[in-house]
Write a protein of this length. Structure first.
Length: 393
């Protein structure tokens, strides 16, 4: 009678069984996969491809907060109207009634704008654009006058049609240019997640490889790699990042990934090296040597699965840190180029918006980052426990 021998489950099968038994881990995995799927669809242009369209008025509030924002805007408009000269209000009424345009055919309200600036002291001169990211205090007055001019031009006019197409509220509000903040957050996640995840994978892979070689071989290899480690850790991290950025001399997502990956490998290297020093003399490694396993097989097949939980913890820490580092690099001018949106660039824009009371772009970017980082941390912690042979379930 033929008998069948049941094979024992391998390390990865046991890890998957342990992971499936953890409800928090499976929930975190679902959140991470949902983020990745959304960002993949965005990268392929299947969703939020029109995120740069100006679909709403400037700083349109979220739908669930439109009541307070509308009342605040109304009170601000009322206070502004009391300070506007009667001649300016009359000019706006004349424009709304369809009067002849002013001398400037490109901006019929230029004279009204000059009058508004003169009434406020003329400290802004003739400049209409905001400087240094601070909004022009006359922007609301100018928008009100131009809205009146657009209404007077008739419903069939192009300006009137454009003004009617602008929405007053959006689910998560709009930014300064009228872009949908929700679509902008999804599009910005492409850059931030790619930077955080790919740079962390590069740093952990490099640190794990060098740490495994140093810890397993020892001797001259260990001394050389320790010297390289000491050089990188002796230089402050900010200066090291700026030095690598100056050498690359380019802006872009690939540049940020290389900057963070080539400077962030020291933490995983130190921990993985210590684990390999401890495991290379244990019985299962000596048994693998006795049956003829090669050095590379012992390093990556026998030892690495038993220290992989350390690499996963470092991956979780570096993903969070690199997403934050992208914000710093963007602020210093080494981040994403102009025209590329990321969570870091959104948080950078939100600095000026907070002064004006526009908080929804900061909330959207911070909320998306917090949810992804929390889910990723829970998932990697569960993976660490599932892969750690000393943890019993």
């Amino acid at each position: 009678m033929m008998t069948t021998h049941a094979h024992a489950a391998g390390l990865w099968q046991l890890a998957w069984r342990r992971l499936r038994a953890d409800r928090w881990a499976m929930g975190a995995l679902a959140v991470v996969l949902a983020f990745l799927l959304t960002l993949l669809l965005s990268a392929c242009g299947l969703i939020v491809a029109d995120w740069e369209q100006e679909v709403a008025v400037s700083y349109a509030p979220p739908v669930w907060a439109s009541g307070a924002a509308t009342s605040a805007s109304a009170s601000a408009s009322a206070s502004v109207s009391t300070s506007v000269p009667a001649s300016v209000n009359a000019g706006a009424a004349a424009v709304a009634a369809g009067a002849a345009p002013r001398d400037n055919p490109f901006d019929p309200l230029a004279e009204d704008l000059r009058a508004l600036r003169a009434a406020r002291g003329g400290q802004h001169g003739g400049a209409e654009l905001p400087m240094y990211g601070v909004d022009d205090p006359l922007a609301d007055d100018l928008a009100r006058l131009r809205a009146a001019a657009g209404a007077g031009a008739g419903a069939g006019g192009e300006a009137g049609a454009t003004g009617a197409a602008r929405l007053a509220t959006l689910p998560f509000g709009a930014d300064k240019w009228g872009h949908d903040v929700l679509k902008k957050t999804i599009k910005g996640g492409e850059t931030s997640v790619v930077v955080g995840l790919v740079a962390a994978l590069l740093a952990v892979a490099l640190g794990t490889l060098l740490g495994a070689l140093a810890g397993y071989w020892g001797g001259v290899v260990d001394a050389l790699l320790n010297g390289l480690y000491n050089i990188f850790t002796a230089i402050p991290s900010v200066l090291m990042i700026l030095a690598v950025a100056a050498v690359l001399q380019q802006k872009g997502v690939l540049t940020i990934v290389l900057i963070l990956g080539l400077t962030g490998w020291t933490g995983p290297y130190r921990l993985i090296r210590a684990e390999y020093l401890k495991h290379k003399s244990r019985e299962y490694v000596l048994a693998a040597d006795a049956i003829g396993a090669s050095h590379w097989r012992r390093i990556f097949v026998h030892i690495f699965p038993n220290v992989s939980h350390v690499a996963l913890v470092q991956l979780s820490i570096l993903v969070v840190g690199f997403i934050k580092a992208e914000v710093v690099l963007s602020f210093l001018g080494f981040g994403v180029p102009v025209g590329v949106v990321s969570w870091g660039s959104m948080l950078n824009e939100a600095q000026n918006e907070l002064i004006l009371g526009r908080w929804w772009q900061l909330t959207a970017a911070a909320l998306a980052m917090a949810v992804l980082v929390t889910a990723f941390s829970l998932l990697t912690d569960a993976l660490r426990d599932a892969l750690d042979p000393k943890v019993k379930f």
